[in-house]
Design a protein around this ligand. Sequence first.
Ligand code: CMC
Length: 428
Amino acid sequence: MSETVKLTIGEKTYELPVIEGSENEKAIDITKLRAESGYITIDTGFKNTGSTKSAVTFLDGEKGILRYRGYPIEQLAEKAEFLEVSYLLIYGHLPTKTEYQEFKENITTHTLVHEDMRMFFEAYPAKAHPMGIMAASLCTLSTFYPESLDPNRSDEAVDLTIHRLLAKIPTLAAWSYKNAMRHPVIYPKNHFDYCENFLHMMFAMPTCEYSPDPIITNALNKLLILHADHEQNCSASTVRVVGSSQANLYASISAGVSALWGPLHGGANQAVIEMLETIINDGGDLEKWINKAKDKEDSFRLMGFGHRVYKNFDPRAKIIKKAADDVLGKLGVVDPVLDIAKKLEEVALNDEYFQSRGLYPNVDFYSGIIYRALGIPTEMFTVMFALGRLPGWIAQWKEMMHDKQPISRPRQIYTGETERDFVDIDKR
Ligand code: CMC
C-alpha cells in the first residue's frame, strides 16, 4: 500500500497521499485538502512547496548534486557541446549522430532575424539594458510568427518555434550589445558553430573579421552548459506559470528572461562584478564589506553568495572557479577582480555568520570573471545566463504542456479590511 500522512485538525483526521520521486524525494499531496477540510497551506516564496513533478533536472542541495536527465553536470561540462545538452534537456535523451546533425542544421538555418526586427534595435536608446531588449525582442518574435500563437497547434509547429528560439537568441543578444555600442549589427555566419557564431556577431566589425579562439569558445560552451537548467527556480517557474495559461512559447520565455533579470536570480552575475569593483575602489577593506553583509540594518548582501537549495556548495561554482583559473591563465589575463573574489570567498567561508547559514559561493560568483576575460561587457552577463538557460526553460515548458498541467493559480490568506460601505467623496 502506498504511504500516506495523517493530518489532524481539531477532531478530524485527514489521510494525505505521499508522492515519491525516483531519487526518493517525498512530498505530501495536499491537492484535495481544501475541498475536504476548508484549509489551504501557505508557504511564502515556495520555500518548501513542490509545484510539479519533473523528469528534467535533479538536484540535491545538501550533497551538491546536479544532473540533467540523469547525467552529472561535471561530465556534461567536461565532454558535451551546448547544443547536445540542449537536445538532451528538451527531448529527454542524448541525440544520436543523425539526430544531432539534423538538430544543428535546423538551428543553423534559423539564425537570421527578420530584417524588420532591426528597426526595433535602432529605436532603443544606447543606454538600454540588454536584458530589457532581450525580453522585449523575444516576445516581439511572436509577432513575426502568428501561427505560433497557439501552443497546441502541432508537435512540428512547437519544434519549429524551439529551433527559432535557440537559433535567434544569440543573434538578438549580440545585437543588443551592438546597439549599446552604436555599432552596426553583424549578421550570423552559418559555417560557425553555435558559440563561435555568437562571438562573431559580438566582436566582428564591418571593418574586420572575427577569428574564433578555441580557448574562448570552449569556455563559453562550458558556461552555457552549466547554466542550462536548474529545475524549479524563479525564472523556470515563471515560464511554467505563464505557459500554463496557454500563452505562446515566445511570451512564456520572455517572461522567464524578465524573472531572471533580478539581482537575487540571474542578475547576480552583473551585481557580483559591480560589488567587487566597488570593494576595490573603496580600498579593498574586506572586513568592512563582510560586516555590512551581516548587518541586518544594512540592505547590502554578499552577491554571488547563498542559494535557496544549495546549503553545502554549488557544484556549478566549483567547476566555474577552476575554469576561471584555467581561462585567465591560458589567455594570460591578470584580473585584480579575481584576486579580490578569492580573498572575499576565503574570509566569508571562515566566518560564523556565513557558515551557520550555509552560505557558499553560487554559480554567479565566478562566472562574471570568465565573461570579463572573454571580453563580454558586464551589462551583458545576465544575457549570457539567459542564453544558457533557454533550453532549460523550453524543456520545463514542454514538460508542463505534455503533462497538461492546470493553470497555475495559487490561493492566499486575505488580511485586508472586511466588508464596509462605500463613502461618497465629500463625506471622507
Ligand atoms: N549575504 C548576506 N546574508 C545572506 C545572503 C547573502 N548573500 N544570502 C542569504 N543571507 C542570509 C539572510 O539574511 C538570512 O539570514 P537570517 O536567517 O539571519 O535572516 C539567511 O541568510 C537566509 O537567507 P534567505 O534570504 O532567507 O535565503 P533565500 O533562500 O530566501 O535566498 C538567495 C536565497 C540566493 C536569494 C540569497 O542567498 C541571496 O540574496 N543571495 C545573493 C544574491 C545571489 O547571489 N543570487 C544568485 C543565486 S544563484 C543563481 C540563480 O540560480 O539564481
